[in-house]
Design a protein around this ligand. Structure first.
Ligand code: GAF
Length: 393
């Protein structure tokens, strides 16, 4: 299935996934679990700095049908891609050995074993309609569906916080992407009609009502089709700059620096590190302001904060790209009240908070601008906050 198809297709109904599982593996699965991708409303590259984030789960999910086996064999199949059935064993799970999408379920199995959970051999069929490489956390959706399944099937009794840390371990040490805890927190803790306001220092989470429709707004996702990987160097180098900044400033993490401390920081840090630090410090502040506005005047008031967040990522953190900037600028010029890139950057998607009556104009203008610039046609769709990971059959 192409990325384009994947973005628009509904995931197989769970009845279909069960039937397909039986057809492929010869017996019924023990159950079907699903976990969503996410959009981050605001709070980018703040999670690994022990700061604040405000993502929400979206109505695009990864689904897994799973059956426990009596031996230690692991058989994995997805409804997309061309890997066919991948067969391995529990004993063979080692960082750096898995390929393609199988890194995500195998990484979770490895991380749970490292925690002492008695993970069984299993057969697993994956289906997903979270666009791949679009910055909507398709990989975490798979990991969260798998860990939710394994938590149920093993009776491990892991709390959401433990599952967040186990999937982070899978990403960091098995997949090789030095990511934080935002994406899996949104996928595991998301709730319909809410964003998840997360303090990444201690994983305290509050659900913040976030509904665009009653405010006459729509949240558009503009998938630029520029694919990215957090296992590439850009993400890691930003993270290293943040760690350097915290070390020079003598704090545990950049979370401990306030906007008012930035003057002092500019005298202590080299120019590039200072700009990286300024992004994180001001972004944390923008998350807090967004939460406050959502609790008061509502979504119609947060546009300027989304715009400021994008400018900070473009100019200070330097993780945007021409396609993301064009999406944001064009959406703004045609009626969006706020727009920003979302996710780790270097490609992926932008979001544009748009009055419903300007939605068509924004969609058309962005599509036209991309064609004129010679960029690949973007995929544009609306999202709203949806439920987190759960068992569905
Ligand atoms: C990616 C990572 F997975 C998150 O942990 C977060 O750092 C994000 O980039 C940037 O905010 O999605």
């Amino acid at each position: 299935m192409s990325t384009q198809d994947q973005a628009t297709a509904a995931p197989a109904a769970h009845g279909d996934l069960r039937a397909r599982f039986e057809q492929e593996f010869g017996s019924a699965p023990d159950g079907v679990w699903q976990a969503p991708g996410r959009v981050n409303l605001i709070g980018e590259h703040t999670d690994y700095n022990e700061g604040f984030v405000l993502p929400f789960a979206i109505d695009r999910t990864a689904r897994v049908a799973v059956a426990v086996r009596r031996d230690s064999t692991v058989r994995l199949l997805s409804t997309y891609g061309d890997q066919g059935v991948v067969t391995t064993t529990l004993e063979a799970l080692r960082p750096g050995t898995a390929k393609g999408w199988t890194k995500y379920p195998l990484g979770v199995m490895w991380a749970l074993r490292e925690r002492g959970v008695g993970v069984p051999g299993l057969d697993l069929l994956l289906d997903s309609n979270v666009p791949l490489g679009a910055g909507l956390s398709s990989s975490h959706a798979i990991e969260c569906a798998v860990i939710t399944a394994l938590n149920d099937l093993t009776g491990a009794g892991l709390a959401a916080e433990d599952m967040v840390l186990a999937t982070q371990r899978a990403e960091n040490d098995f997949v090789g992407a030095p990511t934080g805890i935002m994406d899996q927190s949104a996928s595991l803790r998301g709730s319909k009609g809410h964003a998840v306001f997360l303090d990444c220092r201690d994983q305290t989470a509050h659900l913040v009502p976030f509904e665009t429709e009653p405010a006459g707004l729509a949240l558009l996702v503009i998938d630029t089709k520029v694919s990215h990987s957090h296992a590439d160097g850009g993400y890691a180098s930003r993270r290293a700059s943040c760690e350097l900044g915290a070390e020079v400033m003598g704090v545990k993490a950049l979370r401990d620096i306030e906007v008012a401390d930035l003057d002092e920081a500019s005298g202590l840090l080299d120019e590039v590190t200072f700009r990286r630090v300024r992004h994180v410090v001001t972004e944390n502040d923008r998350v807090l302001q967004t939460v406050e506005l959502l609790g008061g005047p509502g979504p119609g008031a947060i546009g300027p904060l989304l715009d400021a967040s994008h400018a900070s990522m473009r100019d200070d953190f330097e993780i945007s790209c021409p396609e993301l900037d064009l999406a944001v600028d064009t959406a703004k010029a045609h009626g969006a009240i706020g727009a920003r890139m979302t996710g780790g950057g270097f490609g992926g998607a932008a979001i544009a908070l748009t009055p419903v009556d300007a939605e068509r104009k924004v969609r058309d203008a962005v599509a036209k601008a991309f064609a004129q610039a010679g960029f690949a046609a973007p995929d544009i769709f609306t999202v709203s906050p949806a439920a987190g990971a759960t068992r569905i059959a």
